[in-house]
Design a protein around this ligand. Structure first.
Ligand code: NAD
Length: 316
């Protein structure tokens, strides 16, 4: 009998439950398992989702424990605390690293061949922590990275250019957060460099102001949503859906997930987002990506910001 595809989600909060809903609606895996330290929350979400199964796909949706992770192809980790007012980023790193130390050994014990996708913020630091704690090969420890930010950018560019988002190829690289940057030099609309598209089709230059306004809009998007509704979860759920599909179907899709990038443009041992080929093995290839001089500086700045945390991570 063929093995059933299975995704476990640790953390059944806003992001975890929205992700489960998105995966169920698209029939991405045959089994979905929700785990949360708040067992009522996990059970309630699983019940609610399971009541829609006959209207969606034949998916088994359950709440459970780490033992139930056995045979999971993918384990998505969204458990964690959000940054509280007055709390520093370092406080958050310490708190969420402790949560990773609680969760990951239990996951590894029960599903040692799975692919881990870390979503909890700060995602690049915690992806690195997950890599160290799990001792998994780096291809199987993925951060949700800037898949979401690149999607935000493509949506904004589609409104600017009047072209379907699927024909916009543009990437946000580096940290998922304050030091992220747009690789403008590589952006194109179906093969036409973006600057050329602006000049020849829109009749205006892709000038510094346009670029910095777009980059700021993308970088601050999460803050804007959080200001208005308290949290972001639908778009990240779709980013996770896209990443899980690429893995389970062996799609070899190019996605800007967070991965170990030591040595790329001379950076230390940290995790950051670059375009990766994502398939059945997780990160199957990291695409050597040409950046211009300013982009290289931005990349190195992101890496320095991450190294400040990863060099002293409380994981031993
Ligand atoms: N990477 C991204 O693109 C992205 C986007 C949105 C949110 N996030 C991050 O995702 C995380 C979750 O956000 P949310 O809105 O779902 O938060 P939430 O508070 O709604 O959910 C977090 C859940 O984790 C559970 N939890 C906490 N510690 C646990 C543990 N040790 N074991 C099991 N479960 C535990 C809590 O009970 C809660 O249900 C946050 O860190 C947030 O910043 C990341």
């Amino acid at each position: 009998m063929q093995k059933r595809s299975k995704i476990a989600i640790v953390g059944a909060g806003m992001v975890g439950s929205a992700t489960a809903f998105s995966l169920l609606q698209a029939g991405v895996a045959q089994e979905l398992l929700l785990i949360d330290r708040n067992t009522d929350k996990a059970e309630g979400e699983a019940m609610d989702l399971s009541h829609g199964v006959p209207l969606a796909y034949a998916v088994q949706v359950k709440a459970g424990t780490y033992e139930d992770c056995q045979g999971a192809d993918i384990v998505i980790i969204t458990a964690g605390a959000a940054q509280k007012p007055g709390e520093t980023r370092l406080d958050l790193v310490k708190k969420n690293t402790a949560i990773m130390k609680d969760i990951i050994p239990q996951v590894v014990r029960h599903t040692p061949e799975s692919i881990l996708i870390v979503v909890t913020n700060p995602v690049d630091v915690l992806t690195y922590a997950a890599l160290k704690i799990s001792n998994f090969p780096e291809s199987r420890v993925i951060g949700s990275g800037t898949v979401l930010d690149s999607s935000r950018l493509r949506y904004a560019l589609s409104l600017e250019t009047g072209v379907d988002t699927r024909n916009i190829h543009a990437y946000v690289l580096g940290e998922h957060g304050d030091t992220e940057f747009v690789a403008w030099s590589r952006a194109h609309v179906a093969g036409t460099p973006l600057a050329e598209y602006y000049a020849n089709v829109l009749g205006r230059p892709l000038d510094e102001k346009t670029k910095s306004d777009l980059a700021r809009h993308v970088r601050e998007a999460a803050y804007d949503v959080i200001d208005k509704k308290g949290a972001t979860y639908y778009a990240v759920a779709l980013a996770l859906n896209r990443t899980c599909r690429a893995i389970l179907r062996g799609e070899r899709s190019v996605l800007t997930v967070s991965t170990r990038v030591e040595g790329i443009y001379g950076v230390p041992d940290v995790c950051l987002s670059i375009p990766c080929v994502v398939g059945r093995g997780g990160v199957e290839k990291k695409i050597p990506f040409h950046l211009d001089d300013e982009e290289v500086k931005n990349w190195q700045k992101s890496a320095r910001a991450m190294a400040e945390f990863t060099e002293s991570l409380p994981i031993e």
